[in-house]
Ligand binder design. Structure first.
Ligand code: AMP
Length: 176
């Protein structure tokens, strides 16, 4: 992948200050999605990390992880599994709690979404504190999934989220 594409992706990610609350700088990836060349380029980054590996399922995190994850799963010809915020999935679920800055949140996965031994890649738009993806990793492992790697378009390095995910290997493409 040419350097140019990473610079273009970085330039397209929009900083929105004080969203969803004061003090947070939200990294808005919708300008990447709406640009055909950049959307394709972002999917290609994930694909390059996945090609040549035996993967059974891509797991995407609610909600932007669904956008990237489904395109990657489609291209690889593997299944897609959504991990969602509590209360959104209709069937029986396994739940994982994690802590936020204030209080707790919960992520859910369908009990039959991952079969023991499935080789899984976890994917989301952005790694911040790592709480969300660490909860997702717990759900994947509880189901017997073999979590090969977690991949993110963006990593906010100052929050050290990748440590929360240990021992899972973490790949990100745009580091801030
Ligand atoms: P965390 O659990 O702190 O790693 O947060 C990761 C989840 O929250 C991901 O699903 C992100 O999409 C979202 N998120 C957290 N911080 C930001 C941010 N500054 N900009 C955009 N999305 C964020």
């Amino acid at each position: 992948m040419a350097m140019g594409i990473l610079a273009k992706l970085r330039a397209a990610v929009r900083d929105v200050p004080d969203f969803p609350k004061k003090g947070i700088v939200f990294k808005d990836i919708t300008p990447v999605l709406s640009d055909p060349a950049l959307f394709r380029a972002s999917i290609d980054l994930f694909l390059e990390r996945c090609r040549g590996r035996k993967i059974d399922k891509i797991v995407g995190i609610d909600a932007r992880g669904f956008v990237f994850g489904s395109a990657v799963a489609y291209e690889l010809g593997v299944g897609f599994v959504p991990i969602r915020k509590r209360g959104k999935l209709p069937y029986q679920t396994e739940v994982a709690k994690y802590s936020l800055e204030y209080g707790e949140a919960e992520m859910e996965m369908h009990v039959d979404a991952i079969i023991a031994g499935d080789r899984v890649v976890l994917l989301d738009d952005l790694l911040a504190t790592g709480g969300t993806s660490a909860a997702a990793a717990v759900l994947i492992r509880k189901a017997g999934g073999d979590l090969l790697e977690a991949q993110f378009l963006i990593e906010l390095e100052s929050l050290h989220g990748r440590h929360q995910l240990e021992p899972t290997s973490v790949t990100s493409f745009l580091k801030y």
